[in-house]
Ligand binder design. Structure first.
Ligand code: MN3
Length: 200
């Protein structure tokens, strides 16, 4: 069964002024769409086509001969996840059990933010910053290119795309400014809390 490009869960203008309509048109309609098209074309007619995309990502992650399939599978999944990690009028702070767990595992929400932005800032070139649940502990991690923490047995709760295509039209080379707005104005903590509740 082919993997479907999900519609954005908000209007193309909904994240302005932080992420523009133009960025979302390129990022969702061109970049994400291409990953999905390439993934479906790559697995069509193979045994991978019958597997969930998560299982494909895990199955081919260590196989260099299938790097193209891995890249398009993981980028398809990562972007579908990313759109739900942000929302209009997002940001602020988490609450409830997730807030308690962040305080327990990072010391404070501010420490989490510092580590999350540090992961994004130090991901040289293209990649992703993540909040994951790893054997019951919250951790910040980063992956290069299409990397996804499920290949390391971690459960993704939140991600931030730090590929230039995610921010260059709006922030040019200023990745830190994009990350500041991502955290303060865009994170969908309800989605992160749902992921935490499911995972824990
Ligand atoms: Mn992207």
């Amino acid at each position: 069964m082919a993997y479907e490009l999900p519609a954005l869960p908000y209007e193309y203008t909904a994240l302005e002024p932080y992420i523009s309509k133009s960025t979302l048109e390129f990022h969702h309609d061109k970049h994400h769409a291409a990953y999905v098209t390439n993934y479906n074309a790559a697995v069509e007619g193979t045994e991978l086509a019958t597997m969930s995309i998560e299982d494909v990502i895990k199955a081919v992650a260590e196989d260099a001969s299938k790097a193209g399939i891995f890249n398009n599978a993981a980028q398809s999944w990562n972007h579908s996840f990313y759109w739900n990690c942000i929302k209009p009028n997002g940001g602020g702070t988490p609450s409830g059990a997730l807030a308690d767990k962040i305080n327990a595992d990072f010391g404070s929400f501010e420490n989490f933010v510092t580590q999350f932005k540090q992961a994004g800032a130090t991901q040289f070139g293209s990649g992703w910053a993540w909040l994951v649940l790893d054997n019951g502990t919250l951790k910040v991690t980063k992956t290069p290119n299409a990397g996804n923490p499920i290949t390391a047995g971690q459960i993704p709760l939140l991600t931030m795309d730090v590929w230039e295509h995610a921010y260059y039209l709006d922030y040019q080379n200023k990745r830190p400014a994009y990350m500041d707005d991502f955290v303060a104005k865009l994170i969908n903590w309800d989605f992160v809390a749902e992921n935490f509740a499911t995972a824990s």
